[in-house]
Design a protein around this ligand. Structure first.
Ligand SMILES: [Zn+2]
Length: 389
């Protein structure tokens, strides 16, 4: 084993240099990580997507035993398009107490620390394994993690807990909302804009649907829950992208809406989709078809991630609190890969370096002190893992 010894910051510099924007391939980064692990004598398994353009990676450090800990990170980052960066997003840039670069906070620093500490993990005398799990397409709906979790859980002995290293300032998060992403496509009938009686505008009907979602949002917000750490304490809905029409003087033939919702962990995760689809099928589609039988509305689910609830993650919570030295837990309103691991039956918490407030922003950064805190967490984890029976 002759792998080079690399500090966390240097490893972060290397990972940031790979432009792994979700729409691009992550294979160069995955191959680099696989090669680095191999140089240190650690075998890894790739789980590619159908098109072979992206891959998840998992690897086990330490013995082939149950009761291990999964350390989970995503390799993709959000786009920098149109963002006013003061430095090259793909070059780790030093700024006193901060390190700038796309993915520094969300969430390459966590993976960089784990990789940099690999030689220490190997020397620690682990009695239970550490499983490293790196996914693709987290930022566009946790798409890669489903096959990753399936393969990992089928391959390794049952882990005791999962730590998802999304940015929480190393706080222990034991609750997250569920989240669903949907694409609704309205198909109308083109006509000259002066001849509205001859066609059906897909955009005008999409507008009615947005109005319905706004009303539903208001109703759900009125059901605000006081007994939750979640902010806001209610289900939320967002229409993120809308595309339709070809010209100002044509009734739009098509309008496509990319929208989604997040539901409190003990709320009904199907309610928003169910009620939206009922409105589309019972009210809007008949109204469009009365204008023209060729009109149509189709909705497909783009993504779904289950929520996690504190009660089901106590074991992971207790361990993570021991390793952070913290004494309280937190809840987050967004959906992470934690929901996918939890759905596979493993206690899961979210705990990683960096502040979610910097995620997805121009001039994204991570505090150097957060990298130190993550290293301390990993070293306490090592000591724990070396003391297991
Ligand atoms: Zn993330």
């Amino acid at each position: 084993m002759s792998g080079d010894v690399v500090g966390s910051v240097e490893m972060l510099r290397r990972l940031v240099a790979f432009d792994t924007t979700s729409r691009k391939s992550n294979l160069a980064l995955i191959e680099y990580v696989g090669e680095y692990l191999r140089a240190h004598g650690v075998a890894s398994t790739l789980v590619p997507n159908d098109e072979q353009t992206k891959a998840n990676l998992y690897a086990t450090i330490g013995p082939d035993a149950d009761g291990g800990i999964v350390l989970s990170g995503h390799t993709d980052v959000v786009p920098v398009d149109g963002q006013p960066w003061d430095s090259d997003p793909w070059t780790l840039t030093d700024g006193d107490d901060k390190l700038f670069g796309r993915g520094t906070c969300d969430m390459k620093a966590f993976s960089a620390v784990v990789l940099a500490l690999l030689p220490e993990f190997q020397r620690a005398g682990l009695k239970v394994p550490i499983h490293l799990a790196l996914s693709y397409d987290e930022e566009i709906g946790c798409l890669g993690a489903h096959t990753l979790v399936e393969r990992l859980m089928g391959d390794v002995k049952r882990p005791r807990a999962v730590i998802v290293g999304e940015p929480t300032m190393m706080g222990v998060v034991n609750a997250q909302n569920s989240g669903g992403g949907l694409i609704t496509t309205f198909t109308g009938v083109e006509a000259h804009s002066s001849m509205t009686h001859l066609g059906v505008s897909a955009i005008h009907f999409a507008g009615q649907f947005i109005h319905f979602l706004n009303e539903l949002q208001g109703e759900l917000a009125a059901r605000q829950r006081a007994d939750t750490d979640m902010v806001p304490g209610h289900t939320t809905i967002n229409v993120g992208v809308i595309n339709g029409g070809t010209a100002g003087n044509i009734l739009a033939r098509e309008c496509v809406m990319n929208w989604g919702y997040r539901t409190l962990p003990d709320g009904d995760p199907t309610e928003v989709q169910r009620r939206a689809e009922a409105y589309l099928a019972d009210t809007l589609l008949p109204a469009m078809r009365r204008r023209h039988t060729g009109a149509d509305i189709r909705t497909r689910r783009r993504s779904f991630v289950a929520g996690i609830r504190p009660e089901e993650n106590r074991e992971a919570e207790a361990l993570a609190l021991q390793w952070t030295g913290g004494n309280r837990t937190y809840a987050v309103p967004y959906a992470t890969e934690a929901g996918i691991f939890r759905a596979a039956g493993i206690p899961t918490v979210i705990c990683g370096p960096g502040d979610i407030a910097q995620a997805h922003q121009p001039n994204e950064f991570i505090l150097k002190s957060q990298i130190d805190a993550c290293e301390s967490f990993m070293r306490r984890l090592m000591v724990w893992a070396a003391r297991q029976p």
